[in-house]
Structures are given as structure tokens and as C-alpha cells.
Design a protein around this ligand. Structure first.
Ligand SMILES: *Cc1c(COP(=O)(O)O)cnc(C)c1O
Length: 405
């Protein structure tokens, strides 16, 4: 089946709207993706037809809702190639998934243990580990980055030792779009017996991760960056770790038996899923993954690579424009500045022209400090973006540059 961009864009109702009297050009996909009608319909169908609490009712609606929720878990299991569906936990998103693991490890770590993160991390993958170190006396170490946005892998090898207990790296950097060599990072960590958490929030809309092939211990993502709704995400937890880590929150759903003397916990995944979850969100997450697979990850890659190389080439023709993150292994994210113009000023003018980009630090202040800049303008493309939209961006940046210099 050929890639029919016109038909794909029809799936996204929001792409028809205007912003400031101009057609919307949505290039902030790294912050959140737009939602196709198929996912919107799934949400409406849930609340219109079978809204009920799950895993508890004997009645038909509860059964239907439970079946749909568990089917979505199965969809995620197959998509990420997990060995068991109970290794897939529903969470509120990447941030909560990371905090769940950090909270579990606070009971396992001791003074002098070491945790490694990369210089490219999102704040959500830095702060929970700093908090964990404060609680446990563990030490946080950082893999430094190179000018082109890659990690210094030889420095990583030197940081690893018998005290290393955990390594946390993102699959793809949200600020620069660089794809990290996670297979190698995981292999080397395992050689010293450390566990690895990969933050896939930025990767999962571009790449289909295979958790068994990666042999990763934890892999996390958010539905809203994959054409799904906000407020729901995933934690893949390798079975052995699911048995080792203590529960995250106490409450209904996560118990086997409760008496005032002692409570025993449910098996995975319920052990980690206290309370009524985001039922509709979980079901819609499954629908979003089905939608992405119906387009196909090969087709998505091809379209996004074409947009990335065309946009890079066109933008670089603008005088004084500098792109941050220039390594060859990258996805469709372009972080840039023009001369000394503040990114916020460019972003504001682009918005007046209907173009949505992100400006600022992108929750990655250490990267901005590394480059010695206040932030960047970040244009991030999805498979539903077009060459014409790249042209609109380039023309608008030219206009903004003229107005501001
Ligand atoms: C978006 C993002 C996060 C945070 O995801 P939330 O959905 O806000 O929890 C973490 N890491 C990376 C790399 C991201 O792109």
C-alpha cells in the first residue's frame, strides 16, 4: 500500500483548522502528537456504550470494559514484543512510570551505590533519580555529550563498575532528536549487573522498540506522543523485576487479601495498578497503537526522514541559522537558533503565521547549558506533515529573521 498523505491527513480533524487566520501547521509533535478520528471515536464509544469499572463487576458492562482494557494491554505486549502481557503496566505516563521505578529502587539501594544518567535526559529522567539519591545515599553520575549531540560512549564504559546499580538513558533525545545506541548501553550495563531503564517517550512514535531483543529491564512511554490521549502511559517491567520491586501505591485493585494484621499483594500487573485506572485512556492507547501500525512504521520512517532531510537542507540556507544535534542517527526533530535572536521571539512570530513550534529549554536545561544558549526553536515533524508545511516553516523563519534583526 502506498503512502497516501492526503488520506492520512483526513484522519486528523484538527489539521483542518486555522490559527490566527492561517492554516494550522503543527510542528510540535515532540511535545504531543495530534489524534486521529479512530482514537477520538474509540474514546466516544467507550463513554457512550460501555463505561463501567473494571476487574470487579459481574455485570456485562464491567465485563466489556475489562475485556477492552486487557485487550489494549495485549496490543501493547505484541507491539513491544514483551514475553508476557503482565509485564505491561498502565501508568499515567512516562513521568509516572519513571517515578514508579525510582520509588521501588529506594528500598533496594544503599549508600555508595551508583546510578548513571545521560547528559541528554529530560528533567523527568533526572529529578526522580536525584530524589532517589537523596533518599538512599546513592551517587548520580552523568554520561557527557559531544558537540553533535551524541553521547561519549568511552566515558560511559569508564563510569560503569561493580557499584553501578541502575542506568537511565532516553531512546531518543526530545530536545535534539538524536537516537542513542541503547542496545550497546544495555549490554554494557548488564556486564556489571546494573539494571537499565530506557525512556522511550520520544522514540515510540518513530520506532517500534522490541523489549526482548533489547533485553531491557524497564521501558517507558506516554500514549499522547503516539497519537493517543494524555494521562496514560506504559511501563514495561521485565518479569523478574516485577517480582522484586515493591508495590508503588497502596489501594484497591493491587491486593490479594486485606486484614488489619497483614495485606498480601496481587500478582503483576495489578500489584502496581492501585485504584481505578484511566480505563478509557488505556483502551484508546491500544487504538492509537493499532492506528500507527495500520500506517506502518516503515512508511512512517520514510516520510519523516524525507521531511527531516528536506527541512534541514532548506533551513540551513538561512543566514546565521544553526542547528543543534547534527549527528546522523536522528529522528525528525530540528532544534535551531538564528544568530542571537531569542527563540521565544521567533516562536511568537511563527504562531502569528499559524505555525506551532516549541521554544525554550524543552525540559532539558543541562543540554542548553552545554551549548551556552537560553533555549532553541524546535520544529518536530510527524508522518502527517508535508513538504509544503516545511516550506511554510522556512518562509516564516526567514520573515521572522528579517523582522527581528
Ligand atoms: C515527553 C517526554 C517525557 C515526559 O513525558 P510525560 O508524558 O510528560 O510524562 C520524558 N522523556 C522524554 C524523552 C520525553 O520526550
Amino acid at each position: 500500500m502506498s503512502f497516501d498523505i492526503k488520506k492520512i491527513r483526513e484522519d486528523f480533524p484538527i489539521l483542518k483548522r486555522k490559527v490566527n487566520n492561517a492554516p494550522l501547521v503543527y510542528l510540535d509533535n515532540a511535545a504531543t502528537s495530534q489524534k486521529p478520528q479512530q482514537v477520538i471515536d474509540c474514546i466516544v464509544a467507550y463513554y457512550s456504550n460501555y463505561n463501567a469499572n473494571i476487574h470487579r463487576g459481574v455485570h456485562s458492562l464491567s465485563q466489556e470494559a475489562t475485556d477492552a482494557y486487557e485487550k489494549a494491554r495485549k496490543t501493547l505486549q505484541l507491539h513491544f514484543n514483551a514475553a508476557h502481557s503482565h509485564e505491561i503496566l498502565f501508568t499515567a505516563g512516562t513521568t509516572e512510570s519513571i517515578n514508579l521505578v525510582a520509588s521501588g529502587f529506594s528500598e533496594l539501594l544503599k549508600t555508595g551505590d551508583e546510578i548513571i544518567v545521560s547528559a541528554l535526559e529530560h528533567h523527568s529522567n533526572i529529578v526522580p533519580w536525584q530524589m532517589l539519591c537523596e533518599r538512599t545515599g546513592a551517587i548520580l553520575k552523568v554520561i557527557p555529550m559531544n558537540e553533535d549531540g551524541t553521547l561519549q560512549m568511552d566515558r560511559y564504559s569508564n563510569l560503569l563498575n561493580d557499584n553501578t546499580k541502575l542506568v537511565f538513558v532516553n531512546h531518543i533525545s526530545n530536545a535534539l532528536g538524536i537516537i542513542n545506541p541503547i542496545k550497546k548501553i544495555i549490554e554494557q550495563a548488564h556486564q556489571v549487573g546494573a539494571a537499565v531503564l530506557i525512556d522511550g517517550a520520544q522514540a515510540c512514535s518513530h520506532i517500534k522498540a522490541d523489549v526482548q531483543a533489547l533485553d531491557v529491564d524497564f521501558y517507558v512511554t506516554s500514549a499522547h506522543k503516539m497519537c493517543g490521549p494524555t494521562g496514560v502511559g506504559m511501563l514495561y517491567i521485565k518479569e523478574a523485576w516485577g517480582k522484586t520491586l515493591p508495590p508503588y501505591q497502596g489501594g484497591g485493585e493491587m491486593i490479594a487479601t486485606v486484614t488489619f494484621e497483614k495485606t498480601t499483594y496481587a500478582e503483576m500487573p495489578h500489584k502496581f495498578e492501585a485504584g481505578t485506572p484511566n480505563i478509557c485512556g488505556g483502551i484508546a492507547f491500544g487504538a492509537a497503537v493499532d492506528y500507527l501500525n495500520s500506517i506502518g512504521f516503515d512508511a512512517i520512517k520514510k516520510q519523516e526522514e524525507a521531511l527531516l532531510s528536506y527541512a534541514t537542507e532548506q533551513l540551513l540556507q538561512i543566514d546565521g541559522l544553526k542547528i543543534y544535534g547534527t549527528a546522523s542517527e536522528k529522528t525528525s526533530v530540528i532544534s535551531f537558533n538564528v544568530s542571537e535572536i531569542h527563540p521565544y521571539d521567533i516562536g511568537t512570530i511563527l504562531d502569528k503565521l499559524g505555525i506551532a513550534v516549541r521554544t525554550g529549554q524543552h525540559c532539558t536545561q543541562p543540554i542548553m547549558d552545554f551549548y551556552g544558549i537560553p533555549g532553541t526553536v524546535r520544529a518536530s515533524f510527524a508522518f502527517y506533515n508535508t513538504k509544503e508545511e516545511v516550506d511554510a516553516l522556512v518562509n516564516a523563519v526567514k520573515r521572522a529573521t528579517m523582522m527581528l534583526s
